[in-house]
Design a protein around this ligand. Sequence first.
Ligand code: G3H
Ligand code: ZN
Length: 275
Amino acid sequence: MLTPTADLVDPAAKAGRGVGAFNVIQLEHAEALVAGAEAAGAPVVLQISENAVRYHGALEPLGLATLAVARASSAPVAVHLDHATDVDLVHEAVRLGFGSVMYDASTMSYEDNVAATAAVVAHCRERGVWVEAELGEVGGKDGVHAPGVRTDPDEAKAYVEATGVAALAVAVGTSHAMLTRDAAVDLELIGRLHEAVPVPLVLHGSSGVPDDDLRRAVAAGMTKINIATQLNKAFTAAARAFLAENPQVVDTRKYLGAGRDAVADEVARLLRVLA
Ligand code: G3H
Ligand code: ZN
């Protein structure tokens, strides 16, 4: 069932559990994510990034399909806009019925980030929509592995007070789009951020984090765990293997279905790691 993001993430933060947040690029991702959540008996966040919107040319087709998949699920499912820099896109997601948005002003100066994010929070709060923001840029979105960036706990506390965000993405050693799971997560810093910041923390670039460190990150105070690349690896490996074994196949459902099944299995496995 479609569930407000706050209703998934806030209780998990209080209970010290992680919530898996996975990216939807094709419809098959959304179908696989809810299948994985149902198999694991866990809630899940389905998120569509601004990059995915650019790929499709619009939010509405994939956004409405993802909302429909969420509504039809027996698991609690939230739908979230990920890494939005375009305020018009944020407003559109709110209009379509998304439960939350990530407004990403992390490349701006601190002052500009606060002002822009506070304005987004004001718009969303009136409409009951939960806002995640980022402080301390998690690198890697442009293919550059930048694990050295760190969020300062005092600045994070001040930022949450100044903006009113409901959740905060922080830089703690991860980097986007890692193909190997060997990121060195700064668990001590997660603990200090958790003490300092009164809202749930979000880990981006979690594909690079090995299972045991995902567990440790949650135990140290991380709540929303964003994973995309790890699922694309599973999807593509399964589709590639299927096509290699069945070179005569032309029906796209055959190899996309193999990818979808692989993603569902990996999501169920990851949700059990985070529970
Ligand atoms: O916002 C989405 C995530 O941070 C996913 O990052 O592709 O490195 O897992 P990832
Ligand atoms: Zn991210």
